[in-house]
Design a protein around this ligand. Sequence first.
Ligand SMILES: [Zn+2]
Ligand SMILES: [Zn+2]
Length: 162
Amino acid sequence: MSWVEKVTIVVGMVLFMECFAWGTHKYVMHGRLGWGWHRSHHEPHDHKVEKNDLYAAVFSVVVTAMFTVGIWYPRIWWAALGITVYGLIYLFVHDMLVHQRFGFRWVPKRGYAKRLLQAHRLHHAVKGREGTVSHGFLFAPSPARLKAQLRAIDERAKADAQ
Ligand SMILES: [Zn+2]
Ligand SMILES: [Zn+2]
């Protein structure tokens, strides 16, 4: 395998994982099926771990299996590395930057880091399973757009209730 191919697989997997994480977060974790685990992440608490961390545990099992199979199939090994890179970025952006886990405290004042923080905080603006916005982690829409989406969802809910 050439280096071009290896880098393409890793970068491609990082992009794919963002789409995959978006879809899983929106339709599984906020769906009836996955809310049981994800709910713990949307409720205030002072525990060090959440039931929601089980998703990360499931991903690590899958990635470990891929690295093992990858001993014989190099493309799978490099794909597993791409998922690991995504996992580390996710850990930093979501767990550390946004939720300040592991004692990490940094509030970015400008740039994309600030936008990432705002976008995910707006995801947490809604307490329940339904009516949430911004389900991606690395792709952050502008806060103004997300707030408009939240307002629209809110108005629709009010109209439905009447
Ligand atoms: Zn969520
Ligand atoms: Zn979160």
